[in-house]
Design a protein around this ligand. Sequence first.
Ligand code: BES
Ligand code: ZN
Length: 936
Amino acid sequence: SVFLQYSNNISTIMVRFLVLALLSLAGVTQTSASPTQASEPPNPTEEQPPLGTGSLSFPWSHLRLPGYIVPLHYHLLLHPNLTMLSYSGTVRIELQVQNNTNWVVLHSKGLRITTATMLDQNLAHLSDKVLPVLHNPTHEQTAIFSPRVLSGGQKYFLFLEFGAELGEGFYGFYRSTYRTSSGETRNLASTHFEPTSARMAFPCFDEPSFKANYSISIRRSRAHTALSNMPVQTVVLDDGLMEDRFAVSVRMSSYLVAFIVCDFRSVSATTASGVKVSVYAAPEKWQQTHYALKAAVKLLEFYEKYFNIKYPLPKQDLVAIPDFQAGAMENWGLITFRETSLLFDPATSSGSDRVWVTMVIAHELAHQWFGNLVTMQWWNDIWLNEGFARYMEYISVNATYPKLRVEDYLVDTCFAAIGRDSLNSSRPISSAAESPTQIEEMFDTVSYDKGACVLHMLRHYLTDQVFQSGIVRYLRRYSYSNAHNQDLWDSLANVQEEEFSSGEHCYSSRQAHLDLTSMMNTWTLQTGVPLVTVTRQGSHLLLKQERFLRTAHPSDPTWFLWHIPLTYRTDTSTSIHRHPMTTLTDSVEVGEEVGWVKVNVDMAGYYLVHYDGSGWDDLIQLLKDNHTALTFMDRTHLIHNAFQLTTAGRLSLDKALDLIGYLRSESHTVPLLEGLGYLEAFYRIVERRDIPDVTQNLRKYILWYFRDVIDRQTWSDKGSVSERRLRSELLSLACHLGDLPCLKQAQRSFTHWLDSNSTLPADMAETVYSVGAQEDTGWASLLQTYTHSLSETHKRKILSALASSRDTNKLTRLLELGLEGEVIRTQDLDSLIAMVARNPKGHHLAWSYVQKYWSTLVDKFQLGSFSIRNIIIGTTAQFSSTEELTEVRVFFESIHEQASQLRVTEVAMDNIQKNILWLQRNLGTLRKRQTQRDGG
Ligand code: BES
Ligand code: ZN
């Protein structure tokens, strides 16, 4: 390795001058030695003991960089070679030195640094020799030694020449490829830096609080286009070489820098405020860019109004990268996407594809303010980026595309958060993260989904008005800088205070800040989701709060306490009652005459509710008699609550099934899908446990239960987004359950599709393909179509169908193709593995595959990544026996070195434990209940 080549060969040199001279001759020094000491800023030479042992040792032992040197401005020049798949570069970094020192410590990973020099403010060299460069690969750091002391209070320029390969993976400056319809393979080069990969592309101070300006230049051939964060000025150099000089950027963090060299085509439009928006894609996918362009313009305009802060750059590019690991990345002015997250093909994209593309664009544009303009101080608070961006998806799309009814999906976000938060292995929203793996793993459902739901609760508590003014104040106050949680609470409390003092209330400023901070600390610094148990006692409701755990242990601590902005509705009025609950037990007066009480109105609060005594029976009766007395959100919430309590053993499955008895007269998509989702989940567990009687019973039960609503569906793309969503989910389940009318219709459609060159209704395509894929010829034709299709959303549907085959040889073949990465791209391998694992026939196959190719997978995706976590959860989430739990534990022990750095391994085991418990508790009920129905 390059890091080893010069190591340890300098230890015999006795005189310091000689050392330096030699190092200068060698040009580079590389050492693999891990740092030995140092915690304080390294001392200037004068105070250092003479380097009598003859070697310079790495001067810094911490994972985070010292704070005594701050980068101000980077001048970066890059010259990629898309044929040789490598690049060279130079960077000149203007530095502000705060304390005297001889060392500059910064990040670099896998780069060959060939020259290092230091210049003073007048660009005069400090030394006539090139400087020694030391590496500490375990911390991804590089140190440059300046024989002349750098004085505190002065500015300097560090100049570095470097080179590297255009990587195979998905991080740093990496290569991607695509094939044209004429069969030609073309390369492009693109970047992905967040959270800690800017250091793989160029040497930099790769931490979010080191904001600086960037002046980037890229050399390229005439046939290519270069893009970066800012707009460009092009200069022609000798030999027909072009140099694109991008305008100097605003102050920003290193993880937001981006550059791309490609031969893509684009479409452009200008927003009302004059920002040029362009969407780029591979030339033949150009037709699929139009929807994204419209949506991006609309959403950018929305955000400028909502935040009342102009988007500060003159342009915003959105680029579909053929090889991309995440869903999208918010690089300032140059957002990169996976193709399925940006491209919309009217012929093959479904209703939910449209929702997805809109939401992803909304998310990344929200980051241009939340994340780019104001950045969290450190990765422990990444929720300030991701929680906000997730929540803003709902606010902005709701305002710009009301027909998409995205508020219907907010419950899913909160339910996903609760799913994780009710396991022992959850974590607080703000949690310590130091190593790159730990930082990467912070991008999880807690930061995104719990973050968004807690913000949703806060908005309801403060009112839309105060919430909006508060976040605007926060964004203005911390623009081009960094923030902590407390800064957000203070900005919101400031607005609250102004509101109160303008009325007759006298609310002290100190009190406002204290109240809001102590409330929000219970949600962001504490793990878990609260369960409020409600008991009716005369005219009172008794309230009790505790942490909700699905796999509770007697030894679990009981000191959890939240400040819950409790709300409820009763049958005696239409108004929403509010009651802040800040103690473990509490009570409220509701009045004797009240019949039913529904707590947590429209599920705006992040807590579950259990109704003691006759509480659940009253609600079951209410749903049966008159379900529209409750909003569809409240109905959905009750279904969710009841089944969650069932999983935790707090409510019998019988009661939960009684509660959804009313669904036969439900017509709203959201509660229908919520109830159906639980039955499907139960089915999937028993299906793979080979418990034929219960499986058959449950199958009949579901089909009998939803017969009417299934029969009402047409095989088309007609209707509202909500109707289309219900239809595609219902019919997909019906066919999966082997419903004969469904299978027949699907077969007819598949044959028709094979014979004619027609396209299927996009919402039905996946279901139809899945039925067709069960026959050898159907499967083969689908694989053929997959190989040649130019629509990634279409390919995703086909891949899911291919992975639903009951033939294990075919599944093995798919997994092999995934590993090869030609026909099936590596970026899709994690979802392929999860798809195969969802298939009862592929379940164990997928798990063995993961064990066998574990280190290959980690090499491809990096340890803490979305993909690795998706693979672990995807392959283990359906296990439900103690044997399987043991097998998983043994495997994790065998990779202890890696597993111990990951939270997701704990989550996986908690999930299995939860399934085991669930089966033990409920198998009997599922069996018994069926018999009763058949008998009666
Ligand atoms: N900032 C993230 C991208 C990211 C993810 C960087 C993980 C580093 C690690 C981006 O804004 C994001 O959240 N992308 C999502 C899609 C989005 C619509 C939720 C993703 O990649 O899944
Ligand atoms: Zn994001």
